[in-house]
Design a protein around this ligand. Structure first.
Ligand SMILES: [Zn+2]
Length: 454
C-alpha cells in the first residue's frame, strides 16, 4: 500500500515536471518566434559586414559586431579571447579552357581552394588529364601526370540520404587532391566542386598540402562546368590556363568573442553554445556560419527575456577561424584547460540555418540516453533525431578530451548547394527556419542547465 502511494506520488512529480518543462519549451518557442532578434542580427552581419575570412578587415568588424550583439542580448559579461589566425587572400583569378578543334579559350567560373598557392599572377598553361577518383589516378603512370593539370572529377554521392556523409566522402578530394596530384608531378589541380547543386557555382573550402609535396595551384569548378569539361575530354585534348594571385600572408592576431550568463548554482561549470564568426571570402556566410552565431546569441537573449536563471553558467562562443585553421576552437579549449573550467556540455550550430531536425550527441551512452529521454519535449517543434553521434568542428578539441558535445542537425538537403559559394547569402535564409534552430538550441541549453548531465 505504502509502496503504491509512493509510486503514485513519484508519478505525479514526474508528470508535473514534464508539464513544467513542456510549458517552458513552449514559452521559449513563442518568445523566439515572436520577439527573436536572430534574423535581424543576421541581416546586419551578412549585409553590412558581409563575408569575413580570418585576418580580413571584415572579420575584425564582425568581432566588434558580435561583442555589441551579445551585450544587447543582455549577457552578464562579454569578452574577447585572443587567437592567432592564418591570413589567406584570394586576389584576382581565372580559368580558361580550350577544347579540341577550337582556337579560342573560353572563360570558366572557378574559385581557388582556400589555403592554396596561386600562380603569382602568371599564367599556368597545361593540358588537362581526368581522373574520376583516386583509384584511377593511382593507376596512371607518373610520366603521364608530370606537368599536367589533373582534373579530379569525383561526384558528390546523391544516393546518400544524409548530405553530410556525401560531404565527408567527396570532401577528401578537396582536402587531399592537390597533394595526391603534386606527389606525381602535376602542375595544378582542378576539382569538381564538393556540391549537391545542379548549377555552376564553384565551392571553395580548405585544402592542405602534405609536408612532402610541392604546393601547386588548386581550384574548383561548378557541377555544370565539370560536366562540360568531362564531355570535352571524352572528345579530345583540353588545354587550360590558370591565373591566380592567391597566397598565404603571415599570421594575424584575432579573437573569439564570448558572452555569458552566470550560473545561479554552479557559476564555475559551463554549458557552451556556439558557431563560427569567420566565413569564406565569397557570398556573405549567412548559412556558414552566420546562422550559428546569431542563434547562439539568441539563446542568451531568450534566457534574459524569460528571466530564466540558469543553474550552470551559459556561454555563447563565436569561434574565429573554423574555415581555414580551427585556431579559435583550439584556443578556446586551451584556455578552458588552463583555467580548469569544467564544461558539462558544448553545443555547436554549424550546419546551416535550416529547419532543425535533431542533435548529434557525441558523449557517453548514459548522457546520450538522458538527452534522448527529452525527445518527447522536442517533438512538437519537429526535432526528433538524436541518433547521430557527432558534435562539430569548433568543439572537437573539447570532444577529444571527453567533454560531452552536441551538434544541431538542421535539414541537410540544401546546405551543400550553397556551402562555401557566392550564393551563401542572407536571401537564402528563411526567418522561421533560422528561429526554429535557435528555439531548439535554447531548449537544449534550458533542459541541461536545469537537470545537469549525469
Ligand atoms: Zn561552417
Amino acid at each position: 500500500m505504502r509502496k503504491s502511494i509512493l509510486s503514485i506520488a513519484l508519478f505525479s512529480v514526474a508528470i508535473s515536471t514534464y508539464a513544467q518543462d513542456s510549458l517552458m519549451f513552449r514559452r521559449i518557442h513563442d518568445n523566439i518566434m515572436l520577439h527573436g532578434t536572430c534574423y535581424e542580427d543576421l541581416r546586419v552581419l551578412s549585409k553590412n559586414i558581409g563575408h569575413r575570412l580570418s585576418g580580413s578587415p571584415q572579420a575584425e568588424q564582425a568581432i566588434v559586431w558580435a561583442q555589441k550583439a551579445m551585450e544587447a542580448a543582455g549577457a552578464d559579461k562579454v569578452w574577447l579571447q585572443p587567437v592567432d589566425v592564418p591570413h589567406w587572400v584570394r586576389g584576382k583569378e581565372y580559368l580558361k579552357l580550350k577544347f579540341a578543334g577550337s582556337k579560342d579559350y573560353k572563360n570558366v567560373t572557378m574559385l581557388s581552394l582556400g589555403n592554396a598557392v596561386g600562380t603569382d599572377g602568371k599564367v599556368l598553361e597545361a593540358p588537362i588529364i581526368i581522373a574520376n577518383n583516386f583509384e584511377e589516378f593511382e593507376k596512371m603512370p607518373a610520366k603521364d601526370v608530370k606537368g599536367k593539370i589533373v582534373f579530379f572529377n569525383y561526384r558528390f554521392r546523391q544516393d546518400l540520404p544524409h548530405t553530410f556523409e556525401g560531404y565527408g566522402d567527396a570532401g577528401t578530394y578537396r582536402w587531399r587532391g592537390p597533394s595526391v596530384a603534386s606527389a606525381k608531378g602535376a602542375a595544378g589541380v582542378i576539382i569538381r566542386s564538393v556540391s549537391t547543386g545542379l548549377d555552376d557555382f564553384p565551392h571553395t573550402g580548405a585544402m592542405r598540402y602534405a609536408d612532402t609535396v610541392k604546393p601547386i595551384p588548386a581550384i574548383a569548378i561548378g557541377n555544370t562546368s565539370a560536366d562540360l569539361l568531362e564531355q570535352e575530354l571524352r572528345k579530345g585534348a583540353v588545354q587550360a590556363q590558370i591565373m591566380s594571385e592567391c597566397k598565404m600572408l603571415g599570421a594575424v592576431r584575432s579573437f573569439n568573442v564570448i558572452g555569458e550568463i552566470t550560473g545561479s548554482v554552479y557559476p564555475d561549470k559551463y554549458i557552451v553554445v556556439g558557431g563560427h564568426l569567420d566565413s569564406w571570402d565569397v557570398g556573405d556566410g549567412a548559412h556558414d556560419d552566420g546562422a550559428g552565431c546569431v542563434q547562439s546569441i539568441e539563446v542568451l537573449r531568450t534566457f534574459k527575456a524569460l528571466n530564466i536563471k540558469p543553474r550552470y553558467t551559459i556561454r555563447a562562443v563565436m569561434f574565429m577561424n573554423e574555415e581555414n585553421g580551427l585556431k579559435g576552437g583550439l584556443a578556446y579549449n586551451d584556455s578552458a584547460l588552463a583555467r580548469k573550467e569544467e564544461h558539462i556540455l558544448a553545443i555547436e550550430s554549424d550546419a546551416g540555418g535550416f529547419s532543425p531536425r535533431g542533435f548529434g550527441l557525441a558523449m557517453e551512452e548514459s548522457k546520450r540516453r538522458q538527452i534522448r529521454s527529452y525527445r518527447k519535449l522536442f517533438l512538437p517543434y519537429g526535432v526528433y533525431d538524436f541518433e547521430r553521434e557527432e558534435g562539430g568542428a569548433d568543439i572537437s578539441p573539447m570532444q577529444r578530451r571527453g567533454v560531452p558535445c552536441a551538434g544541431l542537425r538542421p535539414d541537410p538537403q540544401r546546405y551543400f548547394d550553397l556551402h562555401h559559394t557566392a550564393n551563401d547569402v542572407f536571401e537564402q535564409i528563411n526567418h522561421r527556419e533560422l528561429k526554429l534552430g535557435a528555439v531548439a538550441l535554447t531548449q537544449l541549453v534550458y533542459i541541461t542547465s536545469t537537470y545537469g548531465l549525469k
